[in-house]
Design a binder for this molecule. Sequence first.
Ligand code: HEM
Length: 863
Amino acid sequence: METWGKVVITIVIALTLRWGWKVLNWAWLKPKKLEKWLRDEGYKGNSYNPLLMGDMKELSAMVNDARSKPLPITHDITSSILPFDHHIITKYGKKSFLWLGPNPRMYIWDLDLIKEILSKPDEFQKPHPEPFRDSIIGGLLVTEGHKWIKHRRIINPAFHLHNLKIMFPAICSSCDDMVRKWEQLTATNGSAEVDVWPYIDNLAGDVISRTAFGSSYEEGKKIFGIQKEQINLLFQMLLILFLPGKSAEGCHRQEEESDQDGPEGGSEDLLGILLESNSKEIKENGVGMSMDDVIEECKLFYVAGSETTSNLIVWTMVCLSLHQEWQTRARREILQVFGTGKIDFEGLKNLKILTMILNEVLRLYPPVVLVVRATTKDTKLGNMMIPAGVYLTLPIIHIHHDREIWGEDAAEFKPERFSEGVSNATKGNGAAFFPFTSGPRVCIGQNFAMAEAKAAIATILQRFSCEISPSYKHSPFPVFTLPPQFGAHLILSKKSFLRMGTNPRMYIWDLDLIKEILSKPNEFQKPHPEPFQDSIVGGLLSSEGHKWIKHRKIINPAFHLHNLKIMFPAICSSCDDMVRKWEQLTATTGSAEVDVWPYIDNLAGDVISRTAFGSCYEEGKKIFGIQKEQINLLFQMLLILFLPGRRFIPTTTNKKFNKNRKELRSVLKGIIDKRKKAIKTGSEGSSEDLLGILLESNSKEIEENGVGMSMDDVIEECKLFYVAGSETTSNLIVWTMVCLSLHQEWQTKLDEKSSKFSVPKTRFRRSKEPQDFNDDTERAEFKPERFSEGVLNATKGKGAGFFPFTSGPRVCIGQNFAMAEAKAAIATILQRFSCEISPSYKHSPFPVLTLPPQSHLILRKIS
Ligand code: HEM
């Protein structure tokens, strides 16, 4: 008995000593040995302290403190989101390390070393055990060696591009579902403040549920919920997590629960493809994945595939809200590629701007902020021989923000740095951008994630604009990935589009954007084809690029002030002719009710006929008539106008339209030929009208540069003079008369000043036209005094808010002409008449190509 007792005591002592030795080695000797190695290699860090769990206590306190408050809105986030790492790096430099329990983690900043580590997954494995990670995920992400090779081979097909293409409609359905909810939220006011994070978070889970489990989508969603709770529970256990044998009761219970949800379903979703690939593996090589393996992979799909991608989407929305110019560029591209219709997989590759934006977001807000590898034996890395048990931190986010790599603007959102690809953005050092890591263990879901993010952002921007809400709190905080801890409160506004045929039209209200668009005629061209306009006007108005530059140069002299001066008497003759007719109408009683519109309409045509075609005035007037008829015919064809090949549809209107077109050409050709001859023979006045000056300027261009305008070009310009020059100016004149009839006080003012008045200019303000006169909002009132100190003052410094003639290089070439004509007309009228609204007047500004009315006014002769 005694002997037995001694034996037992000896065994107990031996075991205790062995266990004690192990603990001593784990908690003190080994860390101290590794610390010595690190310091010998020139790495610096805090001295290891087992009582404080290495740096865990300080780290935990700093993390909790950082988590408690939002950050300033800046992309310079590394120091705030990884406060302890920042503290260590600032204190000890880049060659430093920190203690997670008894394990030292050294930072690897050298890009060549990072590449080497990632290219040798066997030598630099993921740390095992890694309590945080292992409690949540298993599967491919954490397996090593042969098992990893086999699993990766089995899973790979699930992520092939052609399978992604099959799954893509499911991704789009989830995006549509989300956006539909936002449409409900913004239905009443057109905009709403929305915390988009829960929706996006849910979207990514939804996408994985559909694409991973297809028909078992609803059960799939349940797993998503459980997995999310697991991560939160782990955070509550941060301090005990690195103790051996830590208990995670809650976790285990839920693990079991999530284990119960077994896989099932077809072969067009991730699970189906995986199961098929597994059967193939078993057939070919005897062993494949077990049921437990498959379950682990499914759980992994959730965490790896949804958290990460939802991070990317939400930070993209935040960045686009902060950088509206990129939101506009992205939306423009999306509308160019998909219109407002369905997003398709093939179109994704044309989203160049969006790819640049997503890359920049992945750089600034990488969902995986760092990855860790560990040595299991003495391992060579560069010039170092690293002993077993050292953890290596590859600080993705620090490297993505490193000024030495990206330049001084590293913390700025500048997607343009990716315009020539990743290699260019990183100045040849592609390894500096690795949100999905690199090497054999590069993220298997990279294409999946990018396709999902593109589909989501495209679907959102097709329908909404977003901006930062006042209640937004910037809170990127690394949990497992980098979600916004306090959500992402944005203001979503519904985008309104008008559909013309298959093309959407978006409204641009922002004056800076309007100015930008008008200042870049090459980038923002007129829509081609634009069936309505193209059927009526060609010439300068619809040409682009070099052709436009050449034509504008040739035509410009025709609108020079000194030529306008020469043409001015012709303008006044037309005004006199019109007023003479009114004098006849009012001759008997001194006043008469007159629909002034046909006269004014005719006046403007008359002015163009005289000033454009001078001596050929009568033929010119014929053109005017035909052009007017063409506009009316087009209106009758509105329904078929946007059909391809519309010209050949044999309707009566279409036939008439085509006949008119031919006639126009022939009349104009006749006029031009005649004029060319007259110029040749030096006939008097042959080059004093628009046509003459244009032909002369064209000859000069041909002489100097070899090419000028063809006959067809000149015909187009002449047709354009009619529509652009007469409809528009007659609108200005008639609405001025209507306004002066409504606002007698202004008529009187003009009367008093007789010849030296200035024409009120409020016609084409961007504000809405009143349909009745009760609209008392200030912007809808007729108040010419707002222009008393000029346009800039009237628009409260925003000159771009008034642009009846547009602005930039393509500003209306006939602006001075129109203003001179309108002034001459109104002056001539008011010299002889007063006008007031007649009881039969109907207010009917209705846009055709321009904005003509039906205007019955009472004209009274001024005695
Ligand atoms: C923006 C989105 C994503 C980012 C930034 C991202 C990032 C990463 C990174 C950095 C790794 C390497 C981790 C390490 O080596 O420790 C990784 C691995 C992995 N990712 Fe992703 N990921 C994303 C989306 C996805 C998606 C959508 C899926 C699947 C549906 C996925 C599945 C995986 C898997 C299975 C691995 C392990 C690969 C292996 O070890 O062989 N990821 N991911």
